[in-house]
Write a protein that binds this ligand. Structure first.
Ligand code: HEC
Ligand code: HEC
Length: 315
């Protein structure tokens, strides 16, 4: 019965466009019209320059609850078990499968390398307590994140948070101001150029896509992203960042202080968070600090602010 109801609800919700209160670009929920399917594992083994391997697609993804492939074991300290392998019996998927061993992550999850350990642990506790979840109920991986946090012990939370906090932050994204962008399809929340090669006006959006689709499909933790932002967004974002004093809490150059670093991080991720604060979906211990800020922001402000933050160096 339960299954029949949820299938029914899913049928309705996928037929609807995302509510106008938050935009498609930041949540990238695939619709029947724009869905791209991930390449299947046909047993082929792949290599990357200077990396361990070869690995199959299934191995890179950690299919069947196996530990996901570690392409560059020399890149990072030894991973705690929760990060490297998860815990199948308790429904904990390895963090490395989504956030990668080096914390780079993907736009549809989060780049968490080098963020403050207390901040990371607090977020995990808030996913667990229900104080943080996505405004978009169809965003499956955000619900998976909540379910994983619910299954974690306090010890595992502290350990995984300290591991990711100990890693150097990375800047895997290049911000480009553009008028026209490739038409996109969403593969489980990641925008990939449509195979037709068609282009369209960027409009009021940010479009983030792998710099090299083949490498990203292999979950290469060294592969970067390109971020297309509307012309003029960077200058407007810089002015607004000063006016609203974001650096007063997020630190000089937005590199992190009492509030988490947001420099050089995925603008899709950052934009989603600003909408989630606006919609009251993040209401943990420290979220109140963001409430008066997001209350004033328009859709254009969110584009400009996140484009500018993404363009800043992390070091
Ligand atoms: C299935 C993919 C997936 C796995 C596995 C996963 N996460 Fe996440 N994680 C996400 C997504 C998606 C988000 C962002 C949610 C959103 O955008 O609302 C996220 C967000 C986070 C955040 C918040 C970051 C911030 O800046 O506030 C932390 C911390 C985090 N994850 C830690 C972990 C840890 C530790 C593990 C392993 C125990 C883990 N995640 C496993 C998908 C995943
Ligand atoms: C008064 C202090 C304060 C100011 C000013 C402030 N922030 Fe924040 N911000 C915070 C705190 C604290 C958090 C963490 C909230 C939590 O733990 O849930 C945060 C979180 C965020 C996040 C989510 C980060 C993540 O990893 O999930 C984004 C994005 C963000 N702020 C953007 C901004 C921008 C852009 C501005 C300026 C327009 C700004 N903030 C101004 C205190 C502030």
């Amino acid at each position: 019965m339960k299954t029949a109801i949820s299938v029914f609800l899913l049928g309705i919700s996928t037929a609807m466009a995302a509510p106008s209160s938050y935009p498609d670009w930041a949540y990238a929920v695939p619709t029947p019209q724009n869905e791209a399917t991930a390449p299947k594992d046909d047993g082929t083994k792949f290599t990357l320059p200077g990396a361990a391997g070869p690995f199959t697609r299934g191995q890179t993804a950690g299919a069947g609850y196996t530990p996901p492939a570690d392409w560059y074991p020399g890149d990072h300290p030894s991973m705690p078990n929760t990060v490297a392998a998860g815990n199948t019996a308790r429904g904990i998927t390895a963090c490395a499968g989504c956030h990668y061993p080096n914390g780079k992550g993907r736009p549809q999850n989060a780049n968490i390398a080098g963020l403050n350990a207390d901040y990371l642990a607090r977020q995990l506790r808030e996913f667990k307590s229900g104080a943080r979840h996505s405004a978009e109920p169809r965003k499956k991986n955000a619900q998976q994140m909540v379910d994983i946090a619910k299954a974690m012990t306090d010890g595992e939370i502290t350990e995984a948070a300290s591991y990711y906090a100990s890693l150097p932050p990375t800047v895997p994204i290049k911000v480009v101001q553009a008028v026209m962008v490739p038409q996109m399809r969403s593969q489980e929340g990641m925008w990939l150029p449509h195979e037709s090669g068609a282009r369209e006006p960027i409009g009021m959006r940010i479009i983030e896509t792998p710099a090299n689709v083949d490498r990203e499909q292999l979950r290469d933790p060294h592969a970067g992203f390109i971020t297309y932002v509307p012309r003029g967004a960077l200058a407007k974002g810089e002015r607004l960042t000063e006016k609203l004093r974001c650096a007063g809490c997020h630190g000089e150059g937005l590199k992190g202080a009492d509030a988490p670093g947001i420099a050089g991080r995925s603008p899709s991720y950052l934009g989603r968070q600003l909408y989630d604060f606006q919609q009251g979906m993040r209401h943990g211990e420290m979220a109140a600090a963001m409430q008066p800020i997001v209350a004033k922001l328009s859709a254009a402000d969110i584009i400009n602010l996140t484009a500018y933050a993404a363009s800043l160096p992390v070091k």
